[in-house]
Design a protein around this ligand. Sequence first.
Ligand code: DX5
Ligand code: ZN
Length: 227
Amino acid sequence: MTRDPIRIAPSILSADFANFGAEIRAIEAQGADWVHVDVMDNHFVPNLTFGPQLCKAIRPHIRTVMDVHLMIAPVDASLQAYADAGADIITAHYEAGPHIHRTLQAIRGLGKKAGLAINPGTPASVVAPLLDSVDLVCVMTVNPGFGGQKFIDMTDRIRAIRALIGDRPVLIEVDGGVTADTAPLVAAAGADVLVAGSAVFSGGSVDDPGVYGRNIAAIRAAAEAAR
Ligand code: DX5
Ligand code: ZN
């Protein structure tokens, strides 16, 4: 099977929160394939970021794909708001509630691509009954809540999920601790989309965006070489 090139999705959790529009334009100009938006509720995860109004405000600055990662519980009542805010992909956590199938159906019912995220403590097998209801599986390689955490090796789980997916049109996204050093591991295991926050934004700024470009290129090159 021919596989599409690796996609790099910088997480704006590591951007300058006072300057999202310019940060998004900078990472896209520097080669970002998607823009990953980490929504945290201080309940499902121990951190609070932003909600649908912020997503709506930044949407006009995104020309690629708005990839919204909901780390919130409960999640169902908020889906409409993130759809209205312009998300292209809405990802919910398996661990966020008892009715994940309903959540995924609701996302697709809103006309959006549906993503299913699993925490490092969740086995790969839980995705099996859901694979016809998703467009993307997000394998967390940190416990969600913060940028800049240490990568947890989930390569066995990525391989297992890749095998379960078979020839379905479902992407595997890997999120957490992805750098030019860890990208080869997850790319070799079957990742299609790499989320990277600190590894993209560190050392750069909107006034020095070439650093973002070099960081993205380094992650991409390391991943592609390992596939
Ligand atoms: C973690 C978030 C990640 C995070 C990644 O809860 O879901 O998207 O921003 O940041 P890094 O790449 O710094 O681990
Ligand atoms: Zn994320």
